[in-house]
Ligand binder design. Structure first.
Ligand SMILES: Cc1cc2nc3c(=O)[nH]c(=O)nc-3n(C[C@H](O)[C@H](O)[C@H](O)COP(=O)(O)OP(=O)(O)OC[C@H]3O[C@@H](n4cnc5c(N)ncnc54)[C@H](O)[C@@H]3O)c2cc1C
Length: 394
């Protein structure tokens, strides 16, 4: 049966109960407002606070820092349920799974006590600011600098495409602490949005996920205390980012499979309603065969993701394997939404139909969090390493 969570061995009764709560939360607090958020290009802070109260933010943060201290499957449940119904507005996933782990894994005790409780409650919305106008895939090229001045750092530069950029209260900012392009030249900093010299650019207009705010950020001599450096010393930023990317890509893969499941669910609802040439849309063999292909892709995707979740929980998820999962599931999602939209005909192209939104939203999965091409370069480097061949990219 579609979306039958009972078939998933990884999830316990406790997980299933949490899933029910999350579904109820989304039905009551997210979906009724989503169209309005789409129009405004941003969600309210209120939904963040409510999600915090419901235990949906940063589920893996330990109880010592006011977190639920749950396992990554609780995070998975939030990602899946939001993704399956197209609730792309609230950037919970970016906050909880892509940004907060830099504090929980690399932050010192003071930083953890200061920030993690606020991330868990939603009192502080977090973003991760790596990308710049001239540096996305090639992160070592970033031009933002952090120069030490007494017991402060002075940050100058510009970021772009930053999720939660309009509503974020604090950002993890990648900046150069050294002039060269080596992996030791970058550091990560916590930068609060109320610092003098920090400003947000416009809310960028995207083709999909319109309720999710995406911004430019500007840093004009922004002074932050040296205690905002993440990690024991300068120069660890690149390694910290690489460490976090396996988890981030698994989280994206989880979302891609759930989004594809949502698209199939929508399409199944539609084919039983739509009539043409004196038949139901489901009577056509083309419809049946296309959906059989989609269903098979979904089973493969679900099996892959569950296998990798299991590896992650045991601390054994490899970076190249996470890259393969992100590559395959995001490409699979692209195929799925395209096939499903075609089955809707012209209605599938209309914004009011969830499949149209799903189609537009799906496109970013092959780009953000590392593009498909970057995933391929990670995979091939690992494959060739075993052969003693160094993969060069040009
Ligand atoms: C909606 C959205 C949200 C985002 N959110 C965030 C965020 O919160 N924080 C953040 O820091 N960034 C964010 N990003 C940025 C995202 O991570 C980058 O867009 C992505 O890493 C690609 O970088 P780029 O856009 O600069 O493309 P480029 O790096 O300029 O790439 C251009 C093309 O070259 C290809 N390419 C790259 N490497 C190779 C190679 N080795 N061989 C062949 N081709 C290659 C790319 O795949 C792409 O097709 C977001 C982007 C979007 C669209």
């Amino acid at each position: 049966m579609l979306n039958d969570q009972a078939e998933r061995d990884l999830f316990s009764e406790e997980h299933n109960m949490f899933r029910d709560q999350v579904k109820k939360f989304i039905a009551a607090e997210v979906l009724p407002y989503h169209d309005e958020w789409d129009e405004k290009g941003v969600v309210t802070k209120e939904v963040w606070h409510k999600a915090g109260e419901a235990g949906m933010l940063c589920p893996t943060v330990s109880e010592a820092y006011s977190g639920p201290g749950a396992d990554f499957l609780f995070s998975t449940i939030v990602i899946e349920e939001m993704a399956r119904v197209g609730a792309s507005g609230p950037g919970f996933n970016i906050h909880s799974e892509m940004a907060a782990p830099y504090v929980s894994e690399f932050g010192n005790e003071k930083q953890k006590h200061q920030w993690l409780p606020k991330f868990v409650s939603g009192q502080a919305v977090l973003g991760i600011a790596m990308s710049e106008p001239d540096a996305g895939s090639d992160l070592k090229r970033i031009a933002t600098t952090a120069k030490k001045d007494g017991n402060e750092y002075v940050i100058n530069g510009q970021k772009v495409f930053i999720s939660n950029g309009q509503i974020g209260d604090v950002f993890i900012v990648a900046a150069k602490t050294d002039k060269d392009n080596s992996s030791n030249s970058m550091s990560l900093f916590l930068v609060e949005s109320n610092r003098k010299g920090f400003s947000r650019g416009k809310n960028l207009k995207k083709i999909g996920a319109k309720a999710q705010d995406t911004s430019e950020l500007f840093f004009d001599n922004v002074r932050i205390p040296e205690k905002n450096l993440i990690g024991p010393s300068e120069g660890n930023g690149f390694r910290q980012l690489m460490h976090g990317l396996a988890r981030e890509r698994l989280a994206i893969a989880v979302g891609c499979v759930a989004k594809a499941e949502g698209a199939l669910g929508n399409t199944l609802d539609y084919i039983v309603e739509r009539e043409l040439f004196g038949k139901k849309l489901y009577d056509f063999q083309n419809t049946q065969f296309k959906l059989a292909e989609v269903r098979s892709d979904l089973l493969v995707g679900r099996s892959l993701v569950d296998q990798l979740l299991s590896q992650y929980l045991k601390g054994r998820l490899r970076v190249d394997v996470a890259a393969s999962a992100k590559l395959w599931t995001s490409e699979m999602l692209g195929r799925t939404v395209d096939t499903c939209l075609q089955i809707f005909g012209g209605w599938g192209y209309m914004w009011e139909f969830p499949i149209a939104k799903a189609y537009a939203e799906a496109r970013v999965e092959r780009i953000a969090g590392g593009s498909s091409e970057v995933m391929k370069s990670i995979i091939i480097k690992s494959l060739f390493k075993d052969l003693g061949i160094k993969a060069e990219f040009n």
